[in-house]
Design a protein around this ligand. Structure first.
Ligand code: PNS
Length: 167
């Protein structure tokens, strides 16, 4: 039977157009998609989990009710099981992603054999896009237009104290 509920987990610090592309693609495959933002006290994030959830909700408002955004903490497999998910969705870009992704997929499968990890490719415009690089470029005062939605770019500039710098 096809998976009905899928979880798309990540840090999303901040969400990029690559993430949003995978969400749109996933929402066309799975009847219900839960975008799950990791609330990770140990990891230094630029935006709080609540801010990342808000940015995602604003960015996907056109996709309708089949996509939900929430926070999670602890093990992903436990959260997925609590929510009745049958699949984990992950975006995969270049070959360099494979090692990390396969490690996680394998470990998750060991812990929860019935939970299937599904990989999707983002559009080619986003093949080399990452939240880390977006933060670096924005932090250096350069535009990240075409990499994140305009509303997220202005939040980034504010957070990085760049509002006074003109492009
Ligand atoms: O966007 P990211 O940082 O690549 O997402 C990583 C994420 C959130 C999917 C991963 O760190 C995760 O699932 N963390 C929750 C803790 C967990 O389940 N760890 C074991 C993974 S095998």
């Amino acid at each position: 039977m096809a998976a009905r509920i899928a979880i798309y987990p990540g840090s999303f610090d901040p969400p990029t157009l690559g993430h949003l592309d995978v969400i749109a693609r996933g929402s066309r495959i799975f009847p219900q998609l839960i975008v799950a933002v990791l609330r990770n006290a140990g990891k230094q994030a630029l935006f709080s989990a609540a801010e990342r959830v808000e940015m995602l909700r604003q960015s996907i408002s056109g996709l309708g009710g089949a996509v939900e955004v929430c926070e999670f903490e602890g093990l992903l497999v436990d959260f997925a099981q609590r929510r009745g998910a049958e699949a984990i969705l992950r975006g995969i870009r270049a070959i360099s992603d494979y090692e990390y992704e396969f490690q996680m997929a394998w470990m998750n499968r060991r812990m929860a054999p019935a939970l299937e990890t599904v990989f999707m490719m983002p559009g080619e415009d986003f093949a080399y896009l990452s939240s880390r690089l977006v933060k670096e470029v924005a932090g250096g005062g350069r535009s990240v237009a075409g990499m994140v939605p305009p509303a997220i770019e202005s939040r980034l500039r504010k957070r990085l104290g760049l509002d006074s710098i003109l492009d």
